[in-house]
Structures are given as structure tokens and as C-alpha cells.
Write a protein of this length. Structure first.
Length: 162
């Protein structure tokens, strides 16, 4: 009888410990991603919308706008993913990618916001370093990374960059 009681109490204690274990300590990862950008450059802040502005119809091809000073902005097509749409906008100056923005990304719930607050700055930094779409997906944000790469490639194609 004592062994059964001891075994039962041990099992209950183990279950309580398992359920109280916190699996996500993403606060440090977000801070690390924010400090990973070069000093003096702006950290991208993802836009507030997960869908294009009302009335706007996403085109399958990339669009471009810009000034005559050699700086042009190219917007990639909207990539539909399992968790929401992703769209990338690049700024090109003299044939070099100088800025990357993500105006449309999944942010419908807290988990989407947490993942993308971590993943989008990493994807942006990788794009600026690689000067193209030859970048790795972010672990834990594979779906967003795939949509990002699809839209980025459309913007690069519009800019006639490799």
C-alpha cells in the first residue's frame, strides 16, 4: 500500500511539472533579432495589415514605382500561404537592394505576431546581405519564409535582378 501511494504521488508531481513547463521564451530571441541589424539602419517594423488595403486588388505580377534619382521601389506579388498573405517591397538604388519592407504578412493572432516579429527582421537582413533571394528560411517560420521568398522573387524579377 505504501508503494502504491508513493508511486501515485510521484506520478502526480511529474504531471504537474510537465504541465507547468514553459516552452516559449521568445523574448530573448526577439531582442537578439532586433540587435542583429547593423547600427544606424532602421529595424523593419512589419505593417499592421495581413491583407492588402481594401479596394486594392493584388496583381500576379510585381509593380514598381520610384523617382528619377536611381532609386526605385518594386513590389512583389501577394503570396498566399497557409496562414495568410505575404508581400515584399524592395528598394533598389543603382542596382543594389537598399531596403526591404513587408507591408503584408500573417498577423491574425498572437502566435502569428510572435513568429513574424522574430522572422521578418531576420529575412530582411539576410536579403540585404545576399542581395537576392538565395537565403535560408527561418526555423519555426517556414510558411512565412516560403511566402516571403515567393514575393521577393517576383520583386527581384520586376527589378531585373538575379
Amino acid at each position: 500500500m505504501r508503494r502504491i501511494t508513493l508511486w501515485l504521488m510521484s506520478t502526480v508531481a511529474a504531471i504537474v511539472l510537465l504541465f507547468s513547463y514553459r516552452t516559449s521564451t521568445n523574448g530573448g530571441a526577439v531582442a537578439a533579432a532586433a540587435t542583429a541589424t547593423a547600427p544606424g539602419t532602421a529595424t523593419p517594423t512589419p505593417g499592421p495589415s495581413s491583407h492588402p488595403a481594401s479596394g486594392a486588388t493584388p496583381s500576379p505580377s510585381a509593380s514598381r514605382s520610384g523617382s528619377s534619382s536611381g532609386t526605385k521601389t518594386y513590389t512583389g506579388s501577394v503570396a498566399s500561404t497557409r496562414w495568410g498573405d505575404v508581400q515584399v517591397t524592395i528598394t533598389v538604388t543603382n542596382g543594389k537592394i537598399t531596403d526591404v519592407q513587408v507591408p503584408v504578412y500573417p498577423n491574425g493572432n498572437g502566435r502569428d505576431q510572435e513568429i513574424n516579429a522574430y522572422a521578418l527582421p531576420i529575412l530582411r537582413q539576410e536579403t540585404l546581405q545576399a542581395q537576392g533571394a538565395s537565403i535560408d528560411a527561418v526555423s519555426g517560420a517556414t510558411v512565412t519564409s516560403d511566402g516571403y521568398l515567393e514575393s521577393l522573387q517576383a520583386a527581384l524579377d520586376a527589378a531585373h535582378l538575379a
